[in-house]
Design a protein around this ligand. Structure first.
Ligand code: ZN
Length: 296
């Protein structure tokens, strides 16, 4: 009897401390949600390291977790366009929050030439903003966007678990400081290279980063595809013309084409991923690599 009462009490206490069960799509989001949710939120990650959020398919165990989850933090990456509806069918009590709410998205950079001729996107203002295909999903690559994401996370957690409001707000404040420190470190690193310094990438993940810090991203991939031989020749010409000294590749994609170009030009290939778990360190490292490859 004593034992039973004990079990009941423990059960009751753990019920009181029940954590918010959250699901996120990509690894950087896990960090963002944990930074604000602390030990009050369990975070489950959808797109496991090494996979691409453009093509991911959830595992059965992940679908089971979804059926018990309280909240899904979406960020409008490609696989969500296919799967989010299925997740909602699986668990209609689960709240779905789009963390990209309030972020001004820019169109996917199709190739270097278009970038050269297309100076501003103002004239695209009239386009259908609900059409997602054309908008660049890699929004979390700048501190200013992550500030908006953090606010969205705070608001949703306070709504779903209001008794821990103060706890979440304190964590949020600390996280904002961390974001600001990241931004000032990046600015310091890039201070000494010319504005509009160029960096070549395979998959165009860094457009927001480039815009924020007055850099120019030169993507190899064209509309999600590797360039055809003719385009490849052109790319090599462009890389030479701009004196590109490195190509950034992502472990989630094949490095073959980037390696070919790098070999021809005798330049470095640097692996970096916007999906890196260490969001701040990752951006700082990218800035350092860009800075060290743009000195004359
Ligand atoms: Zn991507």
């Amino acid at each position: 009897m004593k034992k039973l009462i004990y079990i009941l009490i423990i059960g009751y206490i753990s019920l009181l401390n029940a954590n918010v069960k959250a699901v996120v799509s990509i690894l950087p989001q896990e960090l963002f949600v944990k930074s604000i949710g602390g030990d009050k939120v369990d975070v489950s990650l959808m797109v496991k390291p090494g996979n691409s959020p453009h093509t991911y398919e959830p595992k059965p165990s992940q679908m089971r977790y979804i059926s018990q989850a309280d909240i899904y933090f979406a960020i409008d990456v490609e696989f969500e366009h296919v799967w989010l509806k299925k997740f909602i069918n699986q668990n209609q009590d689960m709240q779905v929050v789009d963390l990209s709410d309030g972020i001004k998205k820019i169109e996917i950079q199709k190739n270097f030439e278009e970038h050269e001729s297309d100076h501003e996107d103002e004239h695209h203002e009239g386009h259908d903003h609900h059409k997602h295909e054309g908008l660049d999903p890699h929004i979390w690559t700048t501190p200013s966007n992550v500030k908006i994401i953090a606010k969205n996370i705070l608001n949703s957690l306070v709504k779903i678990d209001s008794k821990n409001k103060e706890y979440y707000e304190q964590n949020y404040k600390k996280f904002l400081e961390h974001i600001e420190q990241t931004d000032s470190k990046i600015k310091t690193i890039l201070k000494n290279i010319p504005k509009k310094s160029k960096f070549m990438v395979f998959h165009p993940s860094w457009q927001y980063f480039a815009k924020e810090y007055s850099l120019v991203q030169l993507p190899i991939e064209i509309e999600g595809k590797s360039p055809k031989p003719k385009a490849l020749v052109k790319l090599i010409k462009v890389a030479k013309q701009y004196k590109v000294k490195a190509i950034f590749t992502q472990p989630e994609f094949s490095p073959k084409i980037a390696n070919t170009i790098a070999k021809q030009l005798n330049i470095d290939v640097i692996k970096t991923s916007p999906l890196n778990k260490y969001w701040s360190e990752n951006l700082i490292k990218l800035a350092q690599a860009i800075a060290s490859h743009n000195k004359n």
